[in-house]
Design a protein around this ligand. Sequence first.
Ligand SMILES: Cc1cc2nc3c(=O)[nH]c(=O)nc-3n(C[C@H](O)[C@H](O)[C@H](O)COP(=O)(O)OP(=O)(O)OC[C@H]3O[C@@H](n4cnc5c(N)ncnc54)[C@H](O)[C@@H]3O)c2cc1C
Length: 546
Amino acid sequence: MRRWNGWGDESFNMALPDSAGDFLQHLLGSASPLTDATLDAVISQVPATKMPISEHFSTELLTTDPEQRVRHARGQSLPDWLAMRSGDFSVFPDAVAFPENSVQVAQLLQFAKSHDIEVIPYGGGTSVAGHITPKPSQRPVLTVSMMKMNQLLDLNTDSQIATFGAGTPGPMVESQLRAKGYTLGHFPQSFELSTLGGWVASRSSGQQSLRYGRIEQLFAGGEVETFAGTMDIPTFPASSAGPDIRELILGSEGRFGILTEVKVRVSRLAEKEDFFVTFFPNWEAAKSFCRDAAQQRIGLSMLRVSNAVETQTQLKLAGHESAIAWLERYLALRGCGESKCMLTFGITGSKAQYRATSKQIAKLSRQFNGISTGTLLGNKWRLKRFTLPYLREALWLKGYAIDTLETATDWQNVNLLQDKVEAALRDGLNDENEPVHVFTHLSHVYSQGCSLYTSYLYRCGPDYSSTFKRWQKLKAAASKVLVDNHGTISHQHGVGKDHAPYLAVEKGEQGMAVIESLCEHFDPEHQLNPGTLVDTHWLDSNERDK
Ligand SMILES: Cc1cc2nc3c(=O)[nH]c(=O)nc-3n(C[C@H](O)[C@H](O)[C@H](O)COP(=O)(O)OP(=O)(O)OC[C@H]3O[C@@H](n4cnc5c(N)ncnc54)[C@H](O)[C@@H]3O)c2cc1C
């Protein structure tokens, strides 16, 4: 069963090796875990629902059950996590709906329209930017879970277009396609729980985007239920017929309507795939390798390089102390010492593509003094690629909080932005004399630039409120650095409520006016996911409710 107050399946835990505990204590000081609330205690606080009764809806379709309201109240951002662990949710949806088809979605929207109900489309609830957290409101809030719309509805093998229910989660997308010899190839780290509709609505990026593309390239069209009726987005291989409506839905974050059917461009399963790890002597060599691999269009399927601190942290958290010590001695002898950076990459394709890419990569790697460890560590990464999110639970139980942020920028700006973001986080709790452990990797490479993904770990405060305030300070400092230094506020996690205050810096006055006018068009009463993407409407409605 899914954890109600954290990540993933409650039967799966990831233990930290003893050496990792010592490492963290050395970096951050000893820590004590905060006390978790129980599910029963949280359920007992759920207030009476404001949802009007409708005899048209069965309790399978729309429920006001307090446990469901708890389970759909929060996503997976650190503030969400702190709310779930402390039990201090502050707001719950008034009801949760589980439609099975687009007709029911349309009925729910009509019901919401005629009763002035706010609606939050909910995919897998894996948002890390506050997308699906209800804002305080006088109006009833209905969260619409798409989990029952999870089937492959059609596969056109001529055009390689698959049609899915928008609530299909990653494992069901892949298992249904693989049974027919196809793959979507979209593997965000949240793959276990996130859904096709959520990927489209928040413009996500999968680990193998180098081969398969981001969701923007994979999303071909589909169906959206809106307050004004059904919107069909036709699938064309390409079109010059004016602005692309498909692009409007990408990143719409539930503000324009509810995606019910998603059509995606799929690929035949590759003949051969392997993952590899190579070490480079320093960041400059590793970064240059990545830039050249992207600009030479070498056919890798994924690429990710950790900076020296992330490399060291990963090796420490991996356990297997004696094997790692042996590896580090070997690498040091070959010129990869303290400042070494670990590159993980994947080669996926036909046997001929695999051979050709392997040769190109070996040549480029030699140019930058890379030391290959073959597939040994790379294929281990493949096995654990979706279990890493369980690490947050393990760290939490030791008294540490972890969060991440990500951006993208041009190659010439990578070092500057990385240094500034890391410094803002590292020094972010200086006023409390608290250290913050910060590390970054580069991934999702493009000819123009790449994404930077930074993780930061800090000690929980003596209580929930101080732990949250620490996060607020760190998040605000790093977000400001991003937007002030030519970094996007998000490369893949989206805007949600947490990034909404920073969006205008990136989009500019005219850009914001266009986005707001689209919200106005689709949702004149500001009922669809208010506060997400643009927060002005939420401020309006809050003012109105006072
Ligand atoms: C551990 C972890 C790892 C992650 N790794 C990645 C990663 O590698 N790459 C990446 O891109 N992201 C990642 N994320 C972020 C998150 O998984 C993505 O943003 C994902 O796309 C959200 O999908 P979801 O189905 O969970 O959507 P939700 O979180 O449920 O919703 C996200 C937004 O989409 C809207 N929405 C959802 N479904 C629909 C629909 N059918 N119609 C209209 N709107 C809808 C919601 O209203 C909301 O605004 C990660 C998150 C976690 C917790």
